[in-house]
Write a protein that binds this ligand. Structure first.
Ligand SMILES: Cc1ncc(COP(=O)(O)O)c(C=O)c1O
Length: 399
């Protein structure tokens, strides 16, 4: 037998976000001051009371295996959260806790998708969705949104892509990479389509708490019993509570789906970290005061970055409604050149910007749109000012 890798492994593209991050870290290790606009995580520290809960868990010996689906205490707190924030009624048996929302998503897709099944994904989209669908043996079907409509992909846009093979739709509101939010009306139309045509919705709501200007976050599963019965609602503590390293994500969904996910996870990884589960239960049950202060700061940064980018001749960006990312429109700089090198797309733009001006951004190609780059404003105001100045300087020097 030849010592080959599996076809599945060979079909997976490495994450572009991680590639930029690796190069940025390399430059930083060489002592260069790289502006980190590529990061996908809060720059805030985990709140102290949550850290204290983690320390308590260690000292109290909460360091053993837990049920594979998560502790009853955490799943009860998650049910309370779904009730409080989303108007959803779940029982702890309808809940699964995993190593981050990422594992929840992968497990859900692995339990729902058969080879040949299609999964609809509004795009631009988070880099991992198409790869996860492929890893589960399915076919990602990207449905493109456009900047003029704030990137929101509506039911009317999805409908022509629904076939007899459509098994699921992955929704992500508020959205990474563009910060758009689906309205209640948008979601109602999508729910009606999903119920009529019979496909699952995997609703990734990890940025739920990070919304601005009194926008409303609506969970599609709250729009009726029928859609709730075919929706897996995915969330986590990484983004809301600045707990990316703790690796706690969770889902609520139809019992038969959660049960299948529990069996899958019991063989793949067992339970998420017991200490982190204890800390996450504290995070979910101690109010959102900390989150509010984070949002206020993100809001200032969002407006600052938006203003500075739009002041650069040749670039533009829309004001995002949620999350902490902004899509920078590169249409007018693609085709121009830097010291003889033609910028033929977002990858070359990001590469030159990083190597020449030490600003790390993620090429839009990885998210499904080569005319954009994604910038994260989960970084200090001074970094935003300096980074935007460097971007302006770079663009002004193009031929
Ligand atoms: C849209 C989206 N979903 C899920 C995740 C994963 O979150 P977690 O840290 O809970 O695995 C991310 C992280 O970047 C994300 O952007």
């Amino acid at each position: 037998m030849p010592l080959t890798l599996s076809e599945r492994a060979l079909s997976i593209s490495p994450s572009v976000t991680l590639a930029v991050d690796t190069q940025a870290k390399k430059l930083r290790a060489e002592g260069l001051d790289v502006i980190p606009f590529a990061a996908g995580e809060p720059d805030f520290c985990t709140p102290e009371y949550i850290n204290d809960a983690g320390k308590f868990a260690i000292d109290a010996g909460i360091t053993r295996y837990t049920p594979a689906v998560g502790t009853l205490d955490l799943r009860t707190k998650i049910c309370e959260k779904f009730h409080r924030d989303n108007g959803l009624e779940y029982n702890p048996s309808d809940i699964i806790v995993s190593n981050g929302a990422k594992q929840v998503l992968f497990t859900a897709l692995s339990c729902l998708v058969n080879p040949g099944d299609e999964v609809l994904i509004p795009s631009p989209c988070w880099v991992s969705y198409p790869e996860m669908v492929r890893m589960a043996g399915g076919t990602p079907v990207l449905v493109h949104g456009c900047e003029e409509n704030n990137f929101v992909v509506t039911a009317d846009m999805l409908a022509p892509h629904v076939t007899e093979h459509t098994k699921a739709l992955i929704l992500n509101s508020p959205n990474n990479p563009n910060g758009c939010i689906w309205t209640r009306a948008d979601l109602q139309a999508i729910a009606d389509l999903a119920v009529e045509k019979g496909f699952y919705v995997i609703s990734d709501e990890v940025y739920e708490k990070l919304i601005y200007d009194n926008e409303e976050h609506v969970c599609i599963a709250s729009l009726g019993d029928a859609i709730k019965e075919q929706t897996v609602v995915v969330n986590g503590v990484s983004k809301s509570y600045a707990m990316t390293g703790w690796r706690i994500g969770y889902a609520g969904g139809p019992r038969k789906v959660i049960k299948a996910m529990a069996s899958f996870q019991s063989h793949a990884s067992s339970n998420a970290n017991s200490i982190a589960q204890y800390a996450a239960a504290t995070a979910l049950s101690c109010g959102d005061v900390y989150i509010k202060s984070m949002i206020q700061e993100y809001d200032v940064r969002r407006k600052l970055m938006h203003r500075m980018l739009n002041e650069i001749d040749g670039l533009s960006a829309q004001l995002p409604k949620g999350a902490f990312y902004m899509m920078m429109n590169l249409t007018k700089v693609i085709g121009r050149s830097y010291k003889g090198t033609v910028i033929d797309g977002s990858t070359k733009f990001a590469e030159l910007l990083l190597n020449e001006k030490r600003v790390a951004v993620v090429p839009g190609l990885g998210f499904g749109d080569d005319n954009f780059a994604r910038l994260s404003y989960a970084t200090s105001r001074s970094n935003i000012v300096e980074g935007c100045k460097r971007i302006g300087c770079f663009v002004n020097s193009l031929d």
